[in-house]
Design a protein around this ligand. Structure first.
Ligand code: 5GP
Ligand code: ZN
Length: 113
């Protein structure tokens, strides 16, 4: 398995992990786009959001709940933050292991680039 996020999840590649449990791992983005930028990934390898099935409904909900809890713990829940899942080429996806971006600590803009 050559997937870098699988390797982060199983400890083969180091990352600054801020939260993990049996289903997900959250760690600092290598190239932060905001003062706070974390990635929440499932331990299960799903390449894109398109690969979610009904089996993964709880997992997807758990990823969102973990993002929310991290935002609370970081103290940015009230000021606000953004969650993003990029899917495939037009979505700007670069790493083909599903991940939820959590960005905060600055004013976000809309529409995104
Ligand atoms: P995407 O464009 O696929 O939504 O986002 C991929 C993200 O993964 C990018 O923000 C990029 O900085 C981050 N990233 C890529 N490789 C690594 C890595 O080896 N370690 C960490 N921590 N982040 C990575
Ligand atoms: Zn993977």
């Amino acid at each position: 398995m050559s997937c870098i996020f699988c390797k982060i999840a199983n400890g083969e590649i180091s990352a600054k992990i801020i939260y993990q449990d049996e289903r997900v791992v959250a760690f600092n983005d290598l190239s932060p786009q905001a003062p706070q930028h974390y990635l929440i990934i499932p331990r299960k390898h799903l390449a894109t959001l398109n690969d979610l099935t009904n089996e993964d409904v709880e997992l997807a909900g758990h990823m969102l709940c973990v993002a929310k809890q991290i935002a609370i713990d970081l103290g940015i829940a009230e000021t606000g933050y953004r969650t993003v899942i990029n899917c495939n080429s037009d979505g700007g996806q670069a790493v083909y292991h599903l991940h939820l971006h959590l960005l905060g600590g600055r004013q976000m803009e809309w529409p995104p680039g």
